[in-house]
Design a protein around this ligand. Structure first.
Ligand code: SF4
Length: 281
């Protein structure tokens, strides 16, 4: 396979995803989120177009098990601003529709709503990330405003496309106070998946450079004892407190909730919204 790969979230033992393929129409990402986990990829914040990606996708789709969903995208965003003009992702969707792909879209962009016509004809589910209203400009400098993302979610829902809120990651001391408000504003979604911030050395530096007032506390919170694989995790007690706050907010509104790479049980049928695909068709 070439552009489709088995999904492997950085070999995390804590991943609860059912099998799926990963597909990135673009390389790199121009949203420049400071907490991004994929910045080990060279020149990551410089978005690059993939050569003949639509053709390569089609070639791969002939080789894979189409019962297994495709997740687009996990280490980039399928809807960077250039997609408005380039329509590369849109052309990939046309191919996926022809092949009967089950599709999980993951994005931070409202441009996804442009493709509601195609997505409503694909067995698809769209996850849109919102981490904060107040700090989004600092956390995700070049991503669309969260209000636009909410409007896109509503538009997709109106077209009967299942929608997931990715409240991911929650940053201790910075965004944890906003989780109830975010769930409340998105109380129309079909499912919520959440996680606490995990840090690597490069993302740690970016976060404390942006928020110097929390550096001391972050150094204590993200200590060597809580290292899991190549990530620094928060202490378990704090992770539980944050995640259960989100879970409670969801349960009060009758929304299913799952955790991403946390190692805690959750009641939802899947973390990434795959259960919504089965319901949909
Ligand atoms: S949208 Fe995702 S891939 Fe792009 S910079 Fe932000 S976290 Fe990284």
């Amino acid at each position: 396979m070439d552009v489709l790969r088995p999904f492997d979230p950085w070999k995390s033992k804590l991943c609860t995803c059912m099998p799926k393929y990963s597909f990135n129409p673009y390389t790199g990402c121009s949203h420049r989120c400071i907490y991004c986990y994929a910045t080990y990829i060279p020149r990551f914040y410089q978005l690059r177009k993939k050569r003949r990606v639509v053709l390569r996708l089609e070639r791969d789709l002939n080789k894979v098990d189409l019962k297994i969903p495709v997740s687009m995208s996990n280490s980039s965003d399928p809807y960077p601003p250039v997609e408005k003009k380039e329509k590369i992702t849109r052309n990939c969707l046309k191919v996926m529709k022809d092949y009967g792909v089950k599709l999980l879209v993951v994005t931070k962009s409202d441009i996804v709503a442009r493709d509601a016509d195609l997505l409503s004809e694909i067995n698809s589910c769209v996850s849109i990330t919102i981490t904060s209203f107040r700090l989004s400009r600092l956390l995700e400098p070049d991503a669309p405003d969260p209000e636009k993302r909410i409007a896109a979610m509503k538009e997709l829902k109106d077209r009967s496309i299942p929608v997931v809120l990715r409240l991911d990651p929650v940053l201790p001391l910075l965004t944890e106070s906003e989780v109830e408000e975010i769930v409340d504003r998105c109380d129309f979604v079909d499912h919520v998946v959440t996680s606490t911030l995990k840090l690597k050395n490069d993302s740690f530096k970016r976060v404390v450079r942006t928020f110097p007032h929390i550096e001391k506390q972050y150094r204590k919170l993200y200590s060597r004892e809580n290292r899991t694989g190549s990530y620094y995790y928060l202490p378990e007690k704090i992770r539980r407190e944050i995640l259960f706050k989100v879970e409670e907010a969801c349960s009060e509104r009758g929304i299913s909730c799952a955790f991403c790479r946390e190692g805690f049980e959750f009641k939802a049928e899947s973390c990434d919204g795959q259960h919504l695909l089965r319901k949909y068709k």
